[in-house]
Design a protein around this ligand. Structure first.
Ligand code: ASP
Length: 355
């Protein structure tokens, strides 16, 4: 029996049409383009249902509302399909790929998010390969995770980041090895794939609108600016700090502003501005000062995952203490608790150690 895959087409470059004003989304256009690809009708390909969203979005317009809409769409069709492909713009793809694992609880089928840098309508494009491979993975591989497939690599969704504005290898997961590498074969690192719990049923956790923000430290940042960001009704902040999670510990006003906010229950999660590595607030005085002000470590979470997780956790209505504890727990493979060290010069060489 041919496998069945449900494609949720949310928009993005992959299905866009060239116009005088630049690339634009257009209803029915992707379906038309796909009908012209004979490989999609090959016996080894799944039977697909393409559902176009209204409106089709450039992913710069995505909000948590769209994340939940995608999750419900998957849940509504869950029993009728073997796997799911979400077509998405690349700009905020890593955010959606980070959020869906939290919203879709008890997932036992593959959900592969993909898109492209060049639309399917162009002769030279990356859309065709990304689409075909995503359909093959969604239909033939038992990977019960939300993944991002792009440019020959299958990444855990909640570890992914966009690293190139125009290259075909546009995504990476710097703190976690790829779940799969696609070259002449499709090589899955099965030992890295999370297993589903067969007893569990899929549940969608709706996300409300908790007030969250992200703030990147920069040399000379004023305590007033930080104070303004932290003003009520803010509930959670992803603080993009330096290196191992450090900040200006000589600036007592800065530390005072953080302490005042955490004191009234604002959850501040420290993520590093570095692409790779983990936060360790005890390594430097410039880190422990932040911890003393009530800031918690985001360990090796990406900024995208920390923000998406914060939306999810704060939507549950837990106390700030409970939110802090959950933010530091590994829920979907998004973080490695404790200190992580790995040699940046030896790809694939990973060492983890709890502290
Ligand atoms: N602006 C587009 C989007 O994110 C870019 C893309 O799809 O590659 O929707």
């Amino acid at each position: 029996m041919r496998k069945r895959v449900y494609i949720a087409h949310t928009g993005g470059t992959i299905g866009m049409r060239r116009t005088d004003q630049g690339y634009c989304t257009e209803h029915g256009y992707l379906q038309q383009q796909m009908a012209e690809i004979p490989e999609l009708r090959h016996a080894s390909m799944p039977e697909v249902t393409l559902h176009e969203y209204e409106p089709l979005l450039d992913s710069s317009n995505m909000t948590p509302h769209e994340w939940v809409k995608i999750a419900h769409d998957i849940a509504d069709h869950y029993d009728d399909y073997d796997g799911f492909v979400v077509l998405h713009g690349t700009d905020t793809m890593a955010y959606t790929a980070s959020a869906l694992p939290f919203i879709l609880d008890g997932l036992a089928k593959p959900v592969i998010i993909t898109g492209s840098q060049i639309p399917l309508c162009e002769i030279r494009n990356d859309a065709r390969e990304n689409l075909i491979t995503s359909l093959l993975i969604a239909s033939q591989y038992d990977i019960p995770e939300v993944c991002l497939y792009f440019g020959g690599r299958l990444l855990r969704g909640c570890r992914s980041v966009k690293v190139s504005a125009s290259g075909f290898a546009a995504f990476d997961s710097p703190n976690f090895p790829p779940l799969g590498t696609i070259g002449t074969g499709i090589d899955i690192e099965w030992h890295l794939v999370r297993r589903s719990n067969d007893a569990e049923r899929l549940r969608v956790h709706d996300i409300g609108w908790p007030v969250v923000s992200a703030l990147r430290l920069f040399p000379g940042i004023s305590p007033d600016l930080v104070h303004n960001v932290l003003r009520p009704p803010l509930q959670g902040l992803v603080l993009e700090a330096y290196g191992l999670g450090n900040g200006p510990d000589q600036n007592s006003d800065f530390l005072g502003v953080l302490a005042e906010a955490t004191g009234r229950g604002v959850v501040i999660v420290d993520c590093t501005q570095c692409l790779e590595g983990t936060v360790n607030l005890s390594e430097y005085a410039a880190g422990s000062a932040l911890a003393n002000a009530g800031v918690i470590s985001g360990f090796d979470m990406t900024r995208e995952a920390a923000l998406a997780k914060m939306y999810y956790v704060l939507s549950r209505g837990d106390s700030p203490e409970q939110v802090k504890a959950t933010m530091q727990e590994d829920l979907r493979g998004e973080l490695t608790p404790g200190e992580i060290t790995h040699s940046p010069h030896v790809p694939g060489h990973w060492k983890t150690g709890l502290v």
